[in-house]
Design a protein around this ligand. Sequence first.
Ligand code: ADP
Ligand code: MG
Length: 260
Amino acid sequence: MPNNEPAPSPVIEIKGLHKAYGPLEVLKGISLSAPRGHVLSLIGSSGSGKSTLLRCCNLLEDSQQGDVIFEGEPVRWKGDGAARRPADRAQVTRFRTNLSMVFQQFNLWAHMTILQNVMEAPCTVLGQPAAEVEARARKLLDKVGIGDKADAWPAQLSGGQQQRAAIARALCMEPRALLFDEPTSALDPELQQEVVKVIKDLAGEHRTMLLVTHDMRLAADVSDHVVFLHKGLVEEEGPPAQIFGNPQTERLRQFLSASM
Ligand code: ADP
Ligand code: MG
């Protein structure tokens, strides 16, 4: 994207976010912004708070301080500190349905076929007509290369196929952004590539994505912006050329030499 164009408006913004589990402070004042059509990657050591941050974005986790903003709309809170909760359930649903998550462990429903898994949330949460959802679901399964698995059970699929089904499921909600939490970490190396290809295709379509990954090559290839978390703080951030080619902090240099 040429430098003289202003960044598109953010789909997700986090400002000064603090999150603790009891006495354990996990996020210590994090700010970030995912502009529309951009891929923002989060990297950092295990335990640095990446999953927690992602889960705070779509309100799967509460936080104690700071703002979570979706398309300019800040979460309305009630209570303070450890007692802070979202005030408006309808708003929570709106955030969740528009920020679809893909998990490391796929989390498909074992008792539903692949097609039923993909159709479930649009039918039950959004109340869309089944025929319309089914047509969209079948197209999405084709798009991720498993159209022939629509009537299979999750257990009959490889890990790479299950993760592609989970991506189709997330897309079927027609979300404004996709949140990926280590989508390839549970897969054997040869199966990682089929999921990487789908993520690259989505980046090529300029989908807004927040991507937590341990795969530095993937982050370097698809990201517009990379955030390196260390112990609950943004230690360094920048374009992938800087982060991977010219890291500015010793901690990032150490992390990269251990990860690449
Ligand atoms: P990452 O995804 O970067 O590996 P996490 O966000 O999963 O890191 O975890 C950050 C820290 O928070 C870790 O110390 C982890 O043990 C802790 N943590 C995560 N989830 C919980 C939880 N539900 N209860 C208590 N501690 C948690
Ligand atoms: Mg994690």
